[in-house]
Design a protein around this ligand. Structure first.
Ligand SMILES: [Zn+2]
Length: 393
């Protein structure tokens, strides 16, 4: 027999177990959840699931320590992005170590953090925690941070409000106190078709869409020009996505339909409702009346897709305070991608983003995490457990 594994090695072994479940967002995560539930059960830790409507995906919540107190939430998503059309050197769902890197889908984003948390469960359970530590593992993060909403509702309805949330997205173990939010939108312009030799008899949906897009571009320029260059975000203003457009059938036919997908990645101090309303008001004022003048059936319809609130930096929040205290780091950064932290903050739970691995590896083929990052995360969790046992807040 070898000597007992160090807790850092247990984190890595656990990561291998989790990577083996293909939890691409489009698939069920229940096999992984069941594995985690059985594992926790064997340690005497109860867990509670909240399901999606179809009952094929679940969030897992577990508490170690006094259940009647707030506590610290360790939050991670269990789903991963697809590997389709990516060129992997080895099987993405079988962990492989090459040098000091561990390869597999989700190693950085973000089963690495979840694995570390689970590998520390036995130690946490053994201690006499004064402040509870909660596990919050979600589904459907990668498709718009929607799964965690059921888990948050369950906290609000049934549990003491947690003191702070650590969202373990890959930040290379640096504290991230703010992230941009995201809102996706899709606009359909319904015009009136006709022969292109008589444009005055039709309503050209592509030209109408182009005017809306021109307005959106001007809005983007205004947001850029009023940016506070020191707010820590890159770039330091709300950006507008415009990623897809389609419309028209032939060059000699007036197009009756043009659709485009757009949206905002907003800094926390911008009001996305107001920004969206500005565009919709322009459409109502300038575009719809000219289409309707040709036909009452013409219209412009805008639908919302994904909605992820931004995380507003709060350097005095208990979450930042705790992380600075435990890590000795004295500054926190900002990121431009959405996370679940904004949903927690909106529900009254201050959060920070802090986890092993680098976002640079996320979503790419041959995603990896450095072995050292796993050990650093493990050391951090030991410090957190010590704190929860000895000091509290
Ligand atoms: Zn992630």
């Amino acid at each position: 027999m070898n000597a007992a594994k160090s807790i850092g090695e247990e984190c890595i072994a656990m990561l291998g177990n989790l990577i083996a479940y293909d939890t691409t967002s489009v698939k069920s995560n229940l096999q992984l959840i069941e594995h985690v539930q059985n594992y926790l059960n064997d340690l005497g830790i109860e867990s509670h699931l909240t399901f999606n409507k179809e009952n094929n995906k679940a969030n897992l919540w577990a508490t170690i320590g006094p259940p009647d107190k707030g506590g610290i939430v360790l939050s991670g998503h269990t789903d991963v992005v697809p590997v389709a059309d990516q060129n992997w050197t080895s099987d993405p769902f079988s962990i492989v170590q090459r040098g000091d890197r561990l390869f597999g889908r989700g190693t950085s984003d973000m089963k690495g953090f979840v694995a570390c948390v689970l590998a520390h469960a036995a130690d946490m359970k053994r201690r006499d925690l004064k402040i509870p530590l909660h596990f919050a593992f979600s589904y459907d993060e990668e498709v718009g941070c929607t799964g965690v909403l059921g888990l948050i509702d369950d906290i609000i309805d049934n549990r003491p409000l947690p003191i702070a949330v650590i969202v373990g997205e890959p930040t290379s173990m640096q504290i991230i106190g703010g992230n941009k939010g995201g809102r996706t939108l899709r606009t359909e312009v319904h015009g009136v078709d006709g022969h292109s030799s008589r444009p005055e008899l039709g309503a050209n949906a592509i030209m109408a869409a182009a005017r809306i897009i021109g307005f959106i571009e001007n809005l983007q320029n205004r947001l850029r020009d009023k940016a506070d260059p020191d707010n820590g975000f890159v770039p330091p203003y709300t950006t507008i996505d415009l990623g897809m457009i389609s419309g028209g059938a032939a060059n000699n036919v007036i197009p009756a339909l043009c659709e485009f997908s757009w949206g905002f990645r907003m800094i926390p101090t911008d009001d996305v409702e107001a920004l969206e309303a500005e565009v919709l008001q322009f459409i109502d004022r300038e575009i719809t009346p000219s289409l309707k003048a040709i036909s009452p059936n013409a219209s412009v319809i805008t639908k919302r897709g994904i909605d992820i609130p931004a995380l507003l930096p709060d350097e005095n929040s208990p979450a930042e305070f705790l992380l600075r205290h435990l890590t000795g780091l004295n500054r926190s950064g900002r990121v431009s991608y959405g996370t679940e932290a904004g949903h927690f903050q909106k529900a009254g739970m201050p959060g920070v983003i802090f986890g092993p691995g680098s976002i640079k590896q996320a979503h790419l083929p041959d995603e990896y995490i450095e072995v050292d990052q796993m050990h650093q995360c493990s050391e951090f969790l030991t410090k957190l457990t010590d704190w929860a046992e000895n000091e509290g807040m």
